[in-house]
Design a protein around this ligand. Structure first.
Ligand code: HEC
Length: 115
């Protein structure tokens, strides 16, 4: 019967969808952080940093951070150097080493790259 065939197809589609979703989730856990989550985490940084301009608030505006020649400390804005700044802080920037998990920092950096 056509009806039972349709049910079989529907179940098949549902299973492959959930498999695909499962894979998607695994991917975002491993490397390359989640931009949307990073944006949420950035709310606590936004107190001191503009994300939509280079204008200084408490700290330098972070728009175009990864496109900049240098950060304030003279280092290139690579992922490692930006992460180090977030970990260590200094000169008015709090240290986030123990405040954010590695995964949260990945998400945050993925977000900063979009600025
Ligand atoms: C209490 C205010 C404050 C908060 C909150 C804060 N920062 Fe900062 N941040 C600063 C200041 C001040 C500097 C400049 C430090 C310096 O010149 O060495 C800075 C520098 C930076 C830099 C280096 C920028 C450059 O061009 O050199 C980055 C990247 C950065 N902060 C990211 C973050 C992120 C991400 C967060 C949230 C997890 C955050 N900051 C939260 C005050 C803050």
């Amino acid at each position: 019967m056509l009806r039972s065939k349709l049910i079989v197809i529907a179940v098949g589609v549902a299973i492959s969808c959930s498999l695909a979703l499962g894979q998607g989730k695994k991917k975002s856990d491993s490397k390359g952080g989640d931009v949307a989550k990073g944006q949420e985490i950035f709310q606590q940084c936004g107190v001191c940093h503009n994300s939509d301009s280079n204008e200084k608030k408490m700290g330098p505006g972070l728009k175009g951070l990864f496109q900049a020649e240098k950060m304030t400390n003279g280092k290139k804005p690579t992922e490692a150097n930006v992460r180090a700044k977030i970990d260590e802080g200094g000169n008015g920037m709090p240290s986030y080493k123990d405040m954010l998990s590695e995964e949260e920092k990945n998400d945050l950096i993925a977000y900063l790259k979009t600025l």
